[in-house]
Design a protein around this ligand. Structure first.
Ligand SMILES: [Zn+2]
Length: 234
């Protein structure tokens, strides 16, 4: 039997915000869990977004608004829904104008966007859980190392906790995981410019940048090698 791979959906433009339109949500209320102080993003019925700049590619299929939110153009979500993919919610995001006062004209054609959140959740085996779930919000703290340290074994999903959903996450952690079906469908449909997929067991396994050992350019290629943008590389 073929091993089953799970993927983490990644933006490939996170560190290149000049490439596409980029901005922020005008309002996204959050609070801290009284039990474990986890960050909890309150869900609204819809969001408004304002744009800092359009970049060379303009309003693209991904709209970077923060490192915590996945905002995609509606046609990608329509594609997923048309193929019966499960395990996510899509909340409308309306782009309403510039974030700052400017004389620059705003585009007249503004695509529809949606904020995608997983609605199905799995538990992790790796990094290992640190204790039982929080009795208030259900979060399980896991032994993630400090930000600069790689995870020796990447991320391992406890498959017995997976309900078969196409898209899923980990409660209170900002992952968007998916099956190979989602990765293939998305890349084959041409959403490969600003999206990529990393096998979960390779997540955060990249060694940190060390200027003694890496030329800038080589490290960039090494790092991006973990984010697959072609079906044959999945
Ligand atoms: Zn909690």
């Amino acid at each position: 039997m073929k091993p089953r791979y799970f993927y983490s959906l990644r933006s490939t433009i996170a560190d290149r915000p000049q490439l596409t339109a980029c901005g922020r949500l005008t309002e996204w209320p959050w609070y801290r869990c009284p039990g474990c102080s986890a960050f909890i993003d309150e869900e609204l019925a819809s969001y408004d977004a304002v744009i800092d700049h359009l970049g060379r590619r303009g309003l693209a299929d991904i709209l970077p608004v923060s490192s915590l939110h996945f905002v995609f153009r509606r046609d990608l979500i329509d594609l997923w829904q048309a193929h019966g993919l499960t395990g996510f919610s899509a909340t409308p995001v309306h782009v309403i104008g510039w974030s700052k006062r400017t004389k620059k004209p705003f585009p007249t054609e503004v695509p529809e966007y949606a904020l995608v959140r997983p609605s199905a959740f799995v538990r992790l085996e790796e990094p290992p859980p640190l204790g039982p779930p929080c009795p208030v919000c259900g979060r399980v703290a896991c032994a993630f190392p400090k930000l600069t340290e790689p995870l020796p074994h990447g991320v391992q999903i406890d498959e017995s906790s997976w309900d078969g959903s196409s898209i899923f996450g980990v409660l209170r952690l900002g992952f968007l995981f998916c099956t190979r079906e989602v990765a293939e469908l998305t890349l084959r449909a041409g959403y490969s410019k600003h999206f990529g997929f990393t096998r979960v067991e390779e997540l955060y396994t990249a060694e940190p940048y060390d200027r003694e050992r890496w030329a800038d350019r080589d490290y960039g290629a090494y790092y991006m090698g973990f984010i697959k943008q072609r079906v044959e590389d999945l």
